[in-house]
Design a protein around this ligand. Structure first.
Ligand code: AP5
Length: 214
């Protein structure tokens, strides 16, 4: 099963993608997490990606596409994956379709997690992220057991640099310009499903399962 998570920054794509990956036994592939791991390890890719991410801009397709296409070649992708943060532009979506079509495959589901802009900034300021294992928490809606420490790997949790309100504002406008057109793109392909991302996390997950199990 090949699933794409769509939605504004902070809509809950990563939160839901992790649950989908666990339930269906497929990998959760987040381009944001891959870039952040590269930044943490101070790689050349990380240095380049950081310049864009810190401003809330998209990393250029030329850097993103090779990275994701290589990831698809790994053995754990044989039965599909849930993509979180990719594709993010029409050229990325077209590149994904071309790569899948080479093997007679296509995207099965594109899930749009809908949350209005006004809810997003509040959510982002409360998010805490683990740069080690990619786990995500929220100080109010999904707190870690011990404040500031990741439940999964015990590393320190941080407020992401790009979660500051002024950067979130720019990420939202980049989203509306460059990523929102994908909703129409996948709707035309007949694979789009919309879920209300303002509900409780478990309710959102139930709505997604209802789509995937249909
Ligand atoms: P990326 O890491 O993909 O960030 P994003 O898309 O902006 O999404 P987020 O991770 O911020 O949010 P999310 O929707 O996953 O929400 P989450 O589940 O954490 O990308 C970062 C940057 O990398 C981009 O700006 C770009 O520069 C670059 N990049 C990445 N991919 C790229 C690509 N393909 N091309 C080019 N550039 C790329 O939830 C948010 C918070 O809300 C959490 O605290 C969570 O606990 C809480 N929450 C979740 N659900 C609920 C709920 N139902 N109720 C209450 N709280 C909730």
């Amino acid at each position: 099963m090949k699933v794409i998570m769509l939605g504004a920054p902070g809509a809950g794509k990563g939160t839901q993608a992790k649950k989908i990956a666990e339930k269906y036994g497929i990998p959760h592939i987040s381009t944001g997490d891959i870039f952040r791991a590269n930044i943490k390890n101070n790689t050349e890719l990380g240095k380049k990606a950081k310049m864009y991410m810190d401003k809330g801009e998209l990393v250029p397709d030329s850097l993103t596409l090779d990275l994701i296409m290589d990831r698809f070649k790994e053995a754990d992708c044989a039965d599909g994956y849930v993509l979180d943060g990719f594709p993010r532009t029409i050229p990325q979506a077209e590149a994904l379709d071309r790569a899948l079509a080479e093997n007679g495959e296509a995207v099965d589901h594109a899930i749009n997690v809908e949350v209005a802009d006004e809810n997003i900034i509040n959510r982002m300021s409360g998010r805490r992220a683990c740069l080690s294992c990619g786990a995500t928490y929220h100080i109010k809606y999904n707190p870690s057991r011990q404040e500031g420490i990741c439940d999964t790997c015990g590393e320190k949790l941080i407020l992401r640099d790009d979660d500051k309100p002024e950067t979130v504002q720019n990420r939202l406008s980049v989203y509306h310009q460059q990523t929102q057109p994908l909703i129409d793109y996948y709707s035309k392909k007949g694979v789009l499903a919309e879920v209300d991302g303002t509900k409780d996390m478990e309710e959102v997950f139930r709505d997604i399962i209802a789509v995937l199990d249909k």
